[in-house]
Design a protein around this ligand. Structure first.
Ligand SMILES: [Zn+2]
Length: 302
C-alpha cells in the first residue's frame, strides 16, 4: 500500500495522504509515471486508501476490512481498470464503464476508475472521458496514468490534478550508470549533437552521426543517449514556457538559441518522436537506422 512508497515518493505521498485525511480529494487525477515501473501499483495503493473504510495507508491495518480484502482479490466491483485494447483505448470500453457505474454501489460510497496508458485514448474515447470530467458525479473518481502527458488533450489535462511520480531509483539510468564527470561529458555531447542538427541542419551530418556513435555506441549507452536527448528537449520546452530547467541549466545559452527556432508545437512533436523512437531500442531495432530516423525528425521538425 501507499506506505511502501513513503521514501521513494516523498512529495506524492504527502500530497495524496493529505488529500484523503482532509477529505479534500479531487474527482480526477493524472499521474505522470515518468517511466516508474511501479506507477500502477502506486495508483492502486492510492485507490485502496480512498476506498478503505478507515482510509488506512498500511495494509497491515486492513486485516478486518472486507472491502480491502475484496480489492486484493480483484473481486471488488467499484474499481474498474481500463487499458488499451490493442493500439488504443476505445470509446466502447468507456461506454461499458459508464453503464456499470450507473448501477448503485452496495459496497462503498465511492467508485474509482483507473485508466492505464492514458496516452492511448483515441479521439472518441478522449471525448467520452472529457464528458466524465466536465460533469463529475458525486463519489466517482478518475485516476489516469500516462508516460507521455503531451499526447493527451489539453482539455483533459486541465481538468485533472497532476501528480508527477518520482522516478524509481532502479530505473534512473542517469543515477545508476553515469558518474558525475561522465554525466557532464555526456551533457556536453548531447548539447553539441542537438546544436548541430538544429542550427547547422544537414551541413554537418557526418560529423553529427559520428559524434553520436563515438559516445553512445552500445545498447545501454544508446538508451542513455535517448534519455538525455529527451531531457534536453523537455528543457527546451521548459525554457519556451518560462519554466525552470531541470537538467541543462548549464547549457542555457544554446538552449535559448535553439528554442527560438522552434514553436511550442514543434518541440512537443519532437519530444513525442524521441519517445516513440526510444521504444524501438527495447526491441533491438537497427541502431544506424534509428539514428537516421532520429536525425531526420529533429532536422525536419514539423
Ligand atoms: Zn482497509
Amino acid at each position: 500500500m501507499l506506505d511502501e512508497y513513503i521514501e521513494e515518493q516523498k512529495i506524492v505521498y504527502k500530497t495524496l495522504k493529505n488529500a484523503i485525511t482532509k477529505n479534500k480529494y479531487s474527482h480526477a487525477y493524472l499521474f505522470e509515471a515518468n517511466g516508474n515501473p511501479n506507477a500502477y501499483k502506486i495508483v492502486l495503493a492510492f485507490a485502496k486508501m480512498l476506498l478503505c473504510p478507515y482510509n488506512y495507508s498500511n495494509n497491515l491495518n486492513c486485516v478486518k476490512c472486507t472491502q480491502c480484502h475484496k480489492i486484493d482479490n480483484n473481486s471488488f466491483d467499484d474499481i474498474k481498470i481500463i487499458d488499451a485494447d490493442g493500439m488504443w483505448i476505445k470509446k466502447e470500453q468507456l461506454d461499458e464503464l459508464q453503464k456499470s457505474f450507473n448501477t448503485k454501489s452496495i459496497q462503498s460510497n465511492k467508485k474509482i476508475y483507473i485508466i492505464k496508458n492514458a496516452e492511448k485514448l483515441n479521439v472518441q474515447a478522449s471525448n467520452s472521458i472529457l464528458k466524465f470530467l466536465e460533469e463529475p458525479e458525486e463519489g466517482i473518481i478518475a485516476l489516469l496514468i500516462t508516460n507521455n502527458m503531451y499526447q493527451l488533450l489539453n482539455t483533459i489535462i486541465s481538468r485533472c490534478q497532476i501528480i508527477s511520480l518520482a522516478k524509481s531509483k532502479k530505473t534512473n539510468l542517469l543515477e545508476l550508470l553515469i558518474s558525475e564527470e561522465e554525466l557532464e561529458l555526456k551533457l556536453d555531447i548531447i548539447n553539441k549533437f542537438v546544436k548541430n542538427l538544429e542550427i547547422e541542419k544537414l551541413n554537418t551530418l557526418l560529423v553529427t552521426q559520428n559524434l553520436w556513435h563515438d559516445y553512445f555506441k552500445e545498447r545501454t549507452n544508446y538508451n542513455i543517449g535517448f534519455e538525455l536527448l529527451l531531457l534536453y528537449y523537455k528543457d527546451l520546452l521548459n525554457l519556451k514556457l518560462n519554466r525552470k530547467l531541470e537538467v541543462f541549466e548549464i547549457k542555457k545559452d544554446t538552449l535559448l538559441e535553439i528554442s527560438q527556432k522552434n514553436t511550442v508545437d514543434q518541440l512537443i512533436n519532437k519530444i513525442n518522436k524521441i519517445i516513440e523512437l526510444k521504444e524501438y531500442i527495447k526491441v533491438n531495432a537497427n541502431q544506424n537506422l534509428l539514428l537516421d530516423k532520429l536525425i531526420i525528425e529533429l532536422v525536419r521538425g514539423e
